[in-house]
Design a protein. Structure first.
Length: 169
């Protein structure tokens, strides 16, 4: 009976494959966020969309490390105005109130500003932890006499391979 290495399959392999997929997607997302953050300082982007004939204007853009969404609509001068600003440590800000637009017309403005470092931090956290924890986990397992792949106790094993998963020791 020849001992051919078997192709990885089963629930354990699928779990690790899914973990690798999540790490790859998070790393790509973090890289895109980092590039967008850097490019927002070099080449700000602003997109304007006129909605219907009601004078409603929507803006979307990236500038100086901030991703913003704006929605402005005309208001009558007799309407009472209010202004609100909500801020979360300067990372996320929400505005609403009366202001003047670029042409000097008074409009009601609603805006959301998101610092681009938020998605960068969120997307880069998991791959960073996975890169740091993997080698530490293998080192701990090796130090305690366990299989580095499946944690099987290899005390007294002289065959040079894990009897549980077949990994060479």
């Amino acid at each position: 009976m020849s001992s051919k290495p078997q192709l990885a399959s089963g629930p354990l392999f699928r779990r690790f494959a899914f973990r690798r997929l999540i790490i790859a997607a998070s790393t790509i997302g973090a890289c895109v966020s980092l590039v967008a953050w850097g490019m927002s300082y070099l080449a700000p982007l602003r997109y304007r969309q006129q909605v219907h004939d009601e004078g409603i204007v929507r803006w979307f853009g990236v500038a100086e490390g901030i991703l913003f969404f704006l929605h402005e609509r005309p208001i009558a001068p007799s309407q009472p105005g209010f202004s609100r600003t909500h801020s979360l440590l300067g990372l996320l800000e929400v505005y609403s109130g009366r202001t003047n637009n670029e042409s000097g017309t008074e409009v009601f403005l609603q805006a959301i500003e998101i610092n681009l470092l938020i998605p960068l931090a969120l997307l880069s956290a998991y791959p960073t932890i996975a890169v740091i924890c993997g080698p530490l986990r293998r080192h701990r397992r090796r130090k305690h006499g366990l299989c580095v792949k499946c944690s099987y106790n290899l005390t007294g094993n002289v065959s040079g391979a894990c009897p549980e998963c077949g990994t060479k020791t």
